[in-house]
Design a binder for this molecule. Sequence first.
Ligand code: ADP
Length: 528
Amino acid sequence: METTVYCQVVFDSNHWNSYVVRRLPHIFRGSRSLMSRPIKVFFVSSEVDPYAKTGGLADVAGALPKALSALGNEVRVALPLYRSINESKFKIRDLKPLESISVPVGSVSEIATFKSTQLDSTTSPVQVYFVRNDRFFRRDGLYTDSQTKQDFADNDERFIFFSRAVFEMLKALNWQADVIHCNDWQSGLAVAYLKLIYRDNPFFQRTKAVFTIHNLAYQGRFPRDTFEKTGLPWSTFTPDGIEFYGDVNFLKAGIVYADAVTTVSRKYAEEIASSSEYGYGLEGLLHARRNSVHGILNGIDYSVWSPETDPLIPQNYTIKSIAKKKLNKSALRKKFGLAEFPTTPLLGIISRLANQKGFDLLEDIAWKLMSHDVQLVVLGTGEPKYHAMLERLRQQFPDKVGVFLGFNNELAHLIEAGSDMFLMPSRYEPCGLNQMYSLKYGTVPIVRATGGLDDTIEDFDPATKKGTGFKFTQYDAQEFLNAIMRALETYGKPALWKTVMTNGMKKDFSWETSAKQYVDLYLTLLKQ
Ligand code: ADP
C-alpha cells in the first residue's frame, strides 16, 4: 500500500510533491494526507522588503516566502502598515471582506483594519497583509523616531497589538495555517499567543510555531508593567517563561514557546547557545533548547542582487564581462566626488552604524589605513558617535573618503557594484547579507570570522588559489588591518585578484537551498 502511494506521487508533475518524496520519503509514508497538499505557512514579520526595511530581516521576509511558495507551498505574509509604505506604488488595497477587528491591548480595545497586496513574484503569488492602526503605525520610523532617534515609548503596545491582530485576522479570513513563522522580538509574542491563548480555539489547535532569531541582541525588553498589557496569564511571568530579570522579554517568549527555533547561520546557532558574549543572557535557555534550535543560512534574492540584471547600477556585467565593473567604480567615485586614481582600490561599507558592526575597529585603523593607497565609501546610519567619526574622516581626506549618512537602497547597489572590496568587521553577525551580495558582484569581502560571515566566506590562499575573501578571527583592530593588508597585496597582483573575484561570483547562495531546509523543518513539526 505504501509503495503504491509513493509511486503515485513520484509521477505527479507537482514540483513540491516530487521534492518531498525525493528528500523525505520516510515522512511522506507516515502522513499521507499532509503530503498530498501544500503546507500553509503564515509568515509574520515587522518588516518586509520592498515595503518597509531597516535591515536584513526585511530582505529575508521579502524573499523566503517567495522561495517557499516556489516550492509549491501556500504562503501568506503579515506586517504593520507604516506611514512610509507607498500604497499606490505597491497596489495595496483594502481587504474587502474584512471589517475592522477589535484587538485587546491591556484593558483597551484597539481597532485593526487590514489591507492587502501580492508580493511581486515570477513564480507563485504570495499574499501580503498589512495590519493598520494609525495611532500605532502612522509615524516616521519603524521602531525609532526618525527625528529624535529614540525608540518609540509605546513599542510594547505596538507589537502586542500587531502580534495579536494577526490571529484575529486569520480567524476572520478563515485561513487555517499549518505553521506560523514568527521573526525577532517584534513578533515573539505571537508565538506565546498561539500557545497560551489561541491553542484553545480548534481553529489553531494543529498550528505549529516556528520562531526565527535574526539578531539576538535586540530582545524587546520592557518593564514588568508591560506584562499586564499582553493579556497573557501571570503564571507565565516566571524565569521559565516570559520574565527576564524582572522585565518582560518578547524575544524570549518566542524562544520559550516555539515548536522550533531557527537562526540564520549554523555558526551563530552555536555561538548564541554557548557564551554570554553572543547569547545576551539567553544562552542558558538556548542551550537548554538546543535540540530544537536550528541554523539555516539566509539566501540571497538574485532577482534583486545580481550584477547581470541589476537595474539600479549604471553598467551590468557578468564573470565574462568583469572588466566592465570598473565603469561602476567610476560612477561611484563621481557620486562621492572622489579622485579618479587609476590603480587605487576602492573599499566599500554598507551598514547600520551600530556597535555590532565593528565601527570601533574601523575608527582605530581608519587614519592609518588612509596612509595607504586606498579609497573608502561608507553608506550607513545609526549611532551619532559613528556619524561624527566618519564625517571627521571624510573632511580630512576628501579625495579618498566618501560618506553618505542615511538609508539609500540605490546607492547600496552602486556600492556593491563599484567597490573592489567590502568591509564587515562585525563583533557578531547572525548571517549578514552584504558579504553575500558582495561575492555576487565580484567585490571581495574582508570579514571577521563570526556567525554567518564565517559560514559564507572562505579565506583566500594564494598558494592554492582557493577562497573568496579575507578573514580575521579575534575582534582586534590590528588583525582587521592585517586582513586588509593581505587583500591589498593580492589586489596588487591583477591575475590573482581576478581569481578571488571570480571564486566569489561563482558561489550560489540562492534561497532555494535554504527554503528546502525550512520545508524539512515544517514537515518534521507537522508530523509530531
Ligand atoms: P543587519 O540586518 O544586521 O542590518 P544584514 O547584512 O543582514 O545586516 O542586512 C542589511 C541589509 O540592509 C542589506 O540589504 C543592506 O544592503 C541594507 N542596508 C543597511 N544599511 C543600509 C543603508 N544605509 N542604506 C541602504 N541599505 C542598507
